[in-house]
Design a protein around this ligand. Structure first.
Ligand code: MTE
Length: 323
């Protein structure tokens, strides 16, 4: 991957207040790639704020939430101003600069369907769900397969809480998650890719303490460009596992066929655990670019969470665990 650093991008955290809004030209140009990741086109950014002034978020009163100090990392938090100008949300465009387009995402009413191998399928409104779970802040590393990384203060609740609410049958082996499907709202869904975006985890992964359902970031409800109102974050896996704007959670005994596996089966797999020694066909994974700092640092196995998650993969060594 070919990175060109632009002046004005490398903003020290101390120079940026979380709510600061300014124009920022994106950092990287890329040589062009066939399958979405890395097809980065230069354009001008806009505010990353979650809502227009006339559209208050119904969940705003929940935030900020208390940080759980058990979940912290050694690097500085990536400034919100940097994060909000560098997103992958292909429903709204193929560049990193989709924050303005993503403002078209309509996030209320927002209903989650829980279905498949559960005692009783049900639907729950996002605001009702928030009342049933305990929200906290966790600072997580976020590592994309494109070899960039961030550190993000997410707010949310363990996926396990949602699994418990869903009451899956013992025969369920996987959790499949789906993003909304609305080509009128999300222009790229009119194209040929296999929409909606689908992701999945094993039950063991879904019940792992680190698997986090994200409902906010930087002390506020989740910005639309970050995947409002609810997304996943599995910090030991490449970012594409962390599906945004989820509307459906289905329990199944069949391994989910994910969006990227369907799109590029030779490049993307089901497991997608971070490993510096296993290169992607187009990107070495040995080193990562830490956005907003100018640093390049060695990538860590399981993105630094190996002590906590390596056991999940015992007995699965024959699987393609790192793609
Ligand atoms: N979820 C949906 N629905 N659509 C997407 O395009 N992109 C994925 C993931 N979740 C994506 C998605 C990828 S490739 C990454 S790296 C992360 O979201 C990016 O999250 P961020 O924009 O908050 O950094």
């Amino acid at each position: 991957m070919h990175f060109i650093r632009r002046k004005g991008w490398e903003i020290a955290e101390r120079e940026v207040s979380p709510e600061q809004v300014f124009f920022n030209r994106r950092a990287f140009l890329n040589g062009g790639a066939a399958l979405g990741f890395g097809t980065i086109l230069p354009s001008l950014g806009k505010s990353g704020s979650a809502f227009a002034a006339n559209e208050p978020d119904p969940s705003a009163s929940f935030y900020p939430v208390k940080r759980n100090e058990l979940y912290k990392v050694d690097g500085d938090v990536t400034p919100e101003s940097v994060n909000s100008q560098y997103n992958n949300f292909y429903e709204f465009g193929l560049s990193k600069n989709i924050s303005q387009a993503a403002e078209g995402l309509k996030i209320r009413p927002w209903v989650l369907k829980i279905e498949g191998m559960v005692e009783k399928p049900f639907e729950i409104g996002f605001d009702d769900l928030l009342k049933k779970v305990q929200i906290e802040e966790r600072v997580y590393r976020h590592r994309c397969v494109e070899a960039w990384s961030m550190v993000v203060p997410w707010s949310g609740f363990p996926l396990k809480s949602l699994v418990d609410l869903a009451r899956p049958l013992s025969s369920a082996k996987y959790v499949q998650m789906e993003t909304f499907m609305d080509p009128k709202m999300a222009p790229e869904q009119r194209g040929f890719w296999p929409w909606p975006y689908v992701e999945g985890l094993t039950m063991a992964e879904a019940n792992h303490d680190l698997a986090f359902m994200v409902t906010g970031a930087y002390g506020n409800p989740l910005a639309k460009s970050f995947g409002a109102p609810i997304r996943l974050h599995t910090p030991w896996k490449y970012g594409f596992k962390s599906i945004k704007s989820i509307v459906k959670i289905a329990f199944t005994d069949k391994r989910p066929q994910t969006f990227w596996e369907t799109t590029g089966p030779r490049e993307y797999g089901f497991w997608a655990n971070v490993n510096p020694k296993v290169s992607h066909p187009r990107w070495s994974q040995a080193v990562e670019q830490v956005l907003g700092t100018g640093d390049r640092r060695p990538t860590q196995i399981y993105n630094g969470y190996g002590d906590y998650v390596a056991d999940l993969y015992k007995g699965l060594e024959k699987e393609n665990l790192f793609m």
